[in-house]
Design a protein around this ligand. Sequence first.
Ligand SMILES: Nc1nc2c(ncn2[C@@H]2O[C@H](COP(=O)(O)OP(=O)(O)OP(=O)(O)O)[C@@H](O)[C@H]2O)c(=O)[nH]1
Ligand SMILES: [Mg+2]
Length: 237
Amino acid sequence: MQLNFAAREVAIKLVYYGPALSGKTTNLKALHARVAEESRGRLMTLDTKDDRTLFFDVLPLVFRADVDGATIRVRVKVFTVPGQVVHSSTRRLVLQGADGIVFVADSQVSETENNAASFLDLRANFKDMGRSLAQVPLVIQFNKRDLVKIRRDAEIDDLARRGTDPVYKASATRGEGVIECFFGLLERAWRSLDKEHDLASTLGLPSDLFLERAAASLGYDETARALSAASVRCCGS
Ligand SMILES: Nc1nc2c(ncn2[C@@H]2O[C@H](COP(=O)(O)OP(=O)(O)OP(=O)(O)O)[C@@H](O)[C@H]2O)c(=O)[nH]1
Ligand SMILES: [Mg+2]
């Protein structure tokens, strides 16, 4: 996170991590398509011709809130890592300074091992950087729920109940669950940074106000509270 008191600006970095082809780039495209125009910058993707991310993708977003006649800006840079095993050093580079992670798992039964390997890789990368994954805001997405040979709902609900991190079901190609998952991470990351840096007083931006503004900019029809409650665990399934 970077704080600029004079400009009343804060910049945060969120990263989509996960195995090759789980749908990280597709999440970013769906997010870009939904966010209000005045809140989004240009989506930069770096693909080879067969759609595999070679370096990384990045989508710059900005959320604004007016407090006491001054505009406070929250800049959020959303990155994806390249999932293919060979791009290990790029993944480590992208993870530097991350304020939060969405782990995008592929729901297909055939991908279960690849998901697990990628999660271990994530944890090892943080350890190498001297950080513990347990201390980083994290949400988990099970993507590709529209396919047939996927892990059952009950299995994912059970994983969600047993774990401590929020779990989301999504179909990024259909744009389903993408906003909910992103907002889930944004909220976790913000609350964690607020706790550490007391942003409500240092920046003058109360969490609830920021989250309300962000929800509105994400093109979501309901309130921030409804968005917050959209994970598997919170739905009580
Ligand atoms: N059916 C289905 N296909 C999806 C979904 N999300 C992504 N895909 C497809 O999966 C393939 C890989 O998607 P990407 O978003 O490029 O995957 P990635 O995680 O960025 O892959 P790497 O960059 O190699 O790590 C593409 O053909 C997508 O169209 C989904 O929800 N459902
Ligand atoms: Mg990609």
